[in-house]
Design a protein around this ligand. Structure first.
Ligand code: B12
Ligand code: SF4
Ligand code: SF4
Length: 217
């Protein structure tokens, strides 16, 4: 039976890491799944690895989603698991709910998820569902990092589009169209960057720029 160490070892060459896992019962999961394992970028290094891929180089649409499918489908095949993705289904798989169930990510004061190592730069490339109940270690942190933080995320948005009162996506897009918005376009969302845990994650700003271009076309 697969264990988290084996999953991590197979994911690492693709610059992917296990960012959380939980058993059925902690959150609704697809039929037949007993354990769900969440995978996302292993930093530093994810962007350097991804940009070597055929999907990045072929200039066709949605390179990261296509890369995620190829890599996670192969991992699922090796491990006898099923792969699930945060994109491409209607309705979407509930990754936000799954993240909370893992005990390694929490809603931040601005609602985006904050993760124990990725901070607000958290994103998932997919999840592996296992029919077996795998042994899972307890989550490394007992509580959200936000409880002992000065909360710079709350005031970091220069457009006041993402605050404790919610996310005004129209105001965010309007700001990104202005010259001042170029800082978010090239370096990523200032709110996500403001989190102390984000600083330690080591994400390449080129990756943030890539996602921002996708978000704000
Ligand atoms: C639709 C969507 C959006 C929408 C609306 C957000 C929303 N209301 O959830 C829009 C287009 C605004 C959006 C934007 C972004 N998103 Co988005 N988005 C999604 C998506 C595809 C579906 C969410 C959904 O409806 N799920 C279905 C419901 C039924 O299940 P659920 O997710 O468990 O439901 C919970 C959430 O919806 C949550 N919720 C309710 N309202 C809001 C509002 C916000 C802002 C958030 C974060 C959550 C949230 O409450 C529900 C109950 O717990 C998820 C992936 C996924 N499959 O979940 C990513 C996801 C939530 N997004 C993500 C990301 C990375 C982004 C971007 C940062 C992309 C980027 N640029 O890199 C941007 C934000 C731009 C910025 N300022 O940087 C990440 C999480 C990031 C985080 N730290 O929280 C996810 C998990 C995708 C991933 N691959 O990891 N997104
Ligand atoms: S800046 Fe502080 S309050 Fe905001 S998400 Fe990060 S740890 Fe939580
Ligand atoms: S991308 Fe920039 S304008 Fe949009 S929510 Fe983040 S900090 Fe605010």
């Amino acid at each position: 039976m697969a264990g988290l160490d084996q999953i991590s070892n197979l994911a690492r060459p693709h610059a992917l890491a296990v960012l959380g896992a939980f058993h059925k019962g902690a959150a609704p999961v697809p039929e037949g799944v007993e354990t769900l394992v969440l995978l996302g970028p292993q930093e530093p290094g994810f962007w350097a690895s991804f940009t070597q891929s055929p999907e990045y180089r072929d200039t066709l649409p949605d390179p990261m989603d296509r890369w995620s499918r190829r890599i996670l489908d192969a991992l699922a095949g090796r491990l006898g698991a099923c792969a699930f993705y945060p994109f491409g289904t209607t309705p979407p798989h509930p990754f936000y709910t799954w993240a909370k169930a893992s005990g390694r990510a929490w809603p931040s004061p601005v609602q985006f998820l904050v993760h124990d190592t990725a901070g607000l730069w958290l994103s998932y490339r997919g999840a592996l569902g296992f029919a077996q109940r795998l042994d899972l270690p307890p989550p490394p942190a007992a509580q959200s990092p936000c409880t002992t933080c000065a909360q710079p995320c709350v005031t970091a948005c220069p457009a006041r589009a993402l605050t404790q009162t919610g996310y005004d996506t129209a105001a965010c897009h309007a700001y990104l169209d202005q010259p001042a918005g170029q800082a978010c376009m090239t370096g990523g969302c200032a709110v996500r960057a403001a989190c102390p845990l984000s600083h330690a994650y080591g994400r390449d700003p080129d990756q943030s720029a890539f996602h921002m271009r996708h978000f704000h076309t």
